[in-house]
Write a protein that binds this ligand. Structure first.
Ligand SMILES: [Fe+2]
Ligand SMILES: [Fe+2]
Length: 170
């Protein structure tokens, strides 16, 4: 635990930050697995472009889990030790892929990113001017989640436009 590092936190309970970070940690693992499995089962038109995007996102979510776990440890907390706890702590839950079509998979993933943006935005609000280090980490992750949403939406729109064009030509 970083004693001097933690002494600069003002106006917020460290335990409260650890609790919130563990919720984000659960979200990151679930998001990682969601992207991992989506990239495996996805089917349909332009699926290769989607697989590349989903795989990149899986890598990013795992990196986020690492960043959050390291910060929890710095604060003197313990990252969730049992995957069972991911489901009781998560903010955003887990969207089990039910329809493997590219468009449905992208829609599920967009929902997940939108929830992640809200969760990290709350964390940034909570830590701003109080815990600068956590604020910096959650702001960096928030920027990635915003980029993820944008990338998925752009791909979703390209694919749905392409499908519309084909339908017009038939
Ligand atoms: Fe993430
Ligand atoms: Fe993301």
């Amino acid at each position: 635990m970083a004693r001097r590092g933690n002494s600069i936190i003002k106006g917020i309970e460290i335990n409260e930050i650890i609790t919130m970070l563990n919720k984000a940690y659960a979200d990151e693992w679930l998001a990682y697995y969601q992207y991992f499995i989506e990239a495996k089962v996805i089917k349909g038109i332009m699926k290769d472009a989607a697989i590349a995007e989903l795989t990149q996102h899986a890598t990013d979510e795992l990196r986020h889990a690492n960043m959050v776990a390291d910060r929890i440890l710095q604060l003197g907390g313990t990252p969730l030790l049992n995957p069972k706890d991911w489901f009781t702590h998560t903010n955003c839950g887990y969207e089990e892929p039910k329809d493997f079509d590219v468009v449905s998979i992208l829609e599920d993933s967009i929902k997940g990113e939108q929830c992640a943006i809200s969760a990290y935005s709350n964390l940034a609000e909570m830590t701003r001017d109080k815990d600068i280090v956590t604020y910096d980490i959650v702001s960096e992750i928030l920027a990635d989640e915003v980029e993820h949403e944008e990338d998925l939406q752009a791909l979703h729109d390209d694919i749905t436009d392409f499908i519309q064009d084909i339908k017009k030509k038939i």
